[in-house]
Design a protein around this ligand. Structure first.
Ligand SMILES: [Zn+2]
Length: 568
């Protein structure tokens, strides 16, 4: 753990030398323990390519023509593209569209009676204060309408060619600072040109209408839009050049064979956030090593220790044991998704997958074990193996969560997930090795050993059980926002749309005849290119709405009518 979380390993971000050093270290350990290579072509490594980030290319510019005057803005000072902007050149007239929000629940729509087709819309950041203040004027949680990606999708769905953000005047935004490139999470390409201009620039454009601050005051005071098309003489032309960065990263796979072709998978991801990406929970410390000692040097060290224990235990193994160290977990479970779609051992031989993600910070003897309902034999087995345990175990039946076992349960492999809980250092540079409790972590590993050994020798392999989970919050798009739809998104890459790994039994999606493998491309009148679009579309719908959706199934387009339900 100490080595994996050391500064030399640079936080193990995708595309870093540090991540590859960690991978080589794991492979060398597997080799020295006598494990067989189980990656590509007789090696311990399985390679795959990921998008790791974006940088500003050389060709960016924004030019304003007002009558016969023309001016190019200063890149980085007056104008900056957003990292998930489309790479395109657009020209158009300018429309001021308030906050750029259409919010039926507040009876508020900046686009009402506004034609923005092929235009460049200028919108304020954030949202009208009435959205997040209660009757007593006390500030509450900001709504999702304030998110930059929501504004971009809304502008695109209204036919705009580009959206330019501008800082309003608010206590949250006293200075006119442009958003740092790459600091906001979004899809790889939002399908519209997105940038930001300074208040001074936007003010210059708007002066034919009204000063920006007055427009904002008017909206804020009345909670009513004040959108306005600017004179035809004003034209903006934008060329966006965002260079997407790619890297080849690796899963590390080692195998201890058994007497049969069946095997138990033990897994842990070894990547982390590098110097901090948009998932950092300490955004002001982006650029500093995020060592990820608990997340997930702890699970990786556990995996290596299990390899040692099983390799020392010697022969007489009924089933094999496959040790999988995943990378790309932090950027979307990409390593495990790649492995289940390109398994290096026949997937039907996998009797169960046990995932360890954050096992180093057991507090008050509390341990979380997830997925207990996904295997027919799991509950009696765990009851037996934990009967004399000192852990206070919180069992949960469902197999879907935000770590790599999700990729396996989506393929019908029973899963168990070991986790010692979240803490204040999660996804921050302060997740360091000295805060790990190695004694309790080793006891978690002992328990995983007992479980894996039991599954390895069991007369019957567990049958996969599809768990009907309550549609609670936190399940992601289709699971966590807006009305209940009931699809489970696949985390592997698709060209466009949202691929379902599965649909929940009894859900609106299942009732409409949708199923795993379908790729959602249209939701009512909204095109769906990625999860963000789906989330946005779902949040804009109501319980009881009958939505016509289009999916691709085996390359053919299918239309279905889904009746959205209340979350239970
Ligand atoms: Zn993790």
């Amino acid at each position: 753990m100490k080595f994996l979380a050391s500064p030399e390993l640079e936080g193990r971000g995708a595309g870093s030398v540090g991540l590859e050093r960690a991978g080589a270290y794991i492979a060398e350990r597997f080799r020295s323990l006598g494990l067989r290579p189980a990656g590509d072509a007789g090696t311990f490594f399985q390679a795959f390519t990921v998008t790791t980030g974006a940088k500003v290319g050389p060709a960016n510019h924004l030019t304003v023509a007002d009558g016969d005057r023309e001016r190019t803005l200063l890149m980085g000072t007056e104008y900056m593209p957003i990292s998930f902007s489309s790479n395109r050149t657009v020209k158009g007239k300018v429309v001021f569209a308030g906050y750029g929000i259409s919010a039926a629940e507040f009876h508020y729509d900046d686009y009402a009676r506004l034609d923005v087709k092929d235009s460049i819309v200028v919108v304020l950041r954030n949202e009208p204060p009435s959205f997040h203040t209660d009757k007593a004027g006390k500030e509450q949680v900001w709504t999702h309408h304030s998110n930059l990606i929501a504004k971009a999708i809304n502008a695109r769905n209204h036919g705009a060619a580009a959206i330019l953000l501008v800082n309003g005047e608010s206590p949250q935004q006293p200075e006119d600072v442009l958003i740092r490139f790459g600091s906001v999470a979004g899809p790889e390409d939002a399908g519209i040109v997105i940038g930001q201009v300074t208040r001074a620039v936007a003010g210059e454009w708007l002066k034919a209408a009204k000063p920006l601050s007055e427009l904002q005051k008017q909206i804020d005071k009345e909670s009513a839009p004040a959108s306005v098309a600017l004179p035809d003489s004003l034209h903006v032309s934008i060329e966006v050049d965002v260079e997407r960065e790619h890297a080849t990263i690796h899963n590390v796979a080692g195998y201890l064979p058994g007497e049969t072709s069946e095997y138990v998978v033990l897994g842990a991801h070894y990547d982390h956030l590098g110097l901090g990406n948009e998932s950092s929970l300490a955004p002001s410390l982006i650029g500093h090593v995020h060592p990820g000692a608990d997340d997930n040097a702890s699970g990786t060290a556990g995996l290596l220790e299990l390899a040692r224990l099983f390799s020392n235990a010697g022969g007489e193994r009924k089933r094999g044991i496959l040790f999988l160290a995943f990378s790309g977990e932090e950027i979307g479970l990409l390593g495990s998704a790649h492995w289940v779609n390109n398994p290096t051992l026949p997937l039907d031989g996998a009797v169960a997958m046990i995932n360890m993600d954050m096992i180093g910070r057991v507090t008050g003897a509390k341990l979380f074990i997830g997925g207990t309902g996904t295997g027919s034999t799991f509950e009696p087995m765990l009851k037996r193996l934990t009967a004399s345990s000192d852990f206070k175990i919180d069992f949960s039946v469902g197999g879907y969560s935000s770590s790599d076992h999700t990729s396996f349960v989506a393929k019908g492999v029973p899963v168990l997930f070991f986790f010692s809980g979240l803490h204040a250092d999660y996804h921050k540079p302060s997740d360091t090795w000295d805060k790990i409790d190695p004694v309790s972590a080793a006891r978690v590993v002992d328990l995983v050993y007992d479980v894996a050994a039991d599954l390895d020798g069991a007369a019957e392999r567990p049958k996969y059980v599809k768990v009907v989970e309550p549609a609670g919050p936190g399940g992601g798009p289709g699971g966590g926002y807006g009305p209940y739809f009931g699809s489970i998104p696949d985390f592997g890459p698709v060209k466009t749309g949202v691929r379902f790994s599965d649909v929940r039994p009894g859900s609106p999606a299942e009732k409409a005849g949708l199923r795993g493998g379908d790729i959602l491309i249209q939701f009512g009148d909204k095109p769906i290119a990625n999860l963000y679009d789906f989330t946005f579309a779902l949040r804009g719908s109501k319980v009881g709405d009958v939505v016509e959706v289009r999916v691709l199934r085996d390359g053919k387009e299918i239309t279905a009518r889904v009746t959205l339900e209340q979350r239970r």
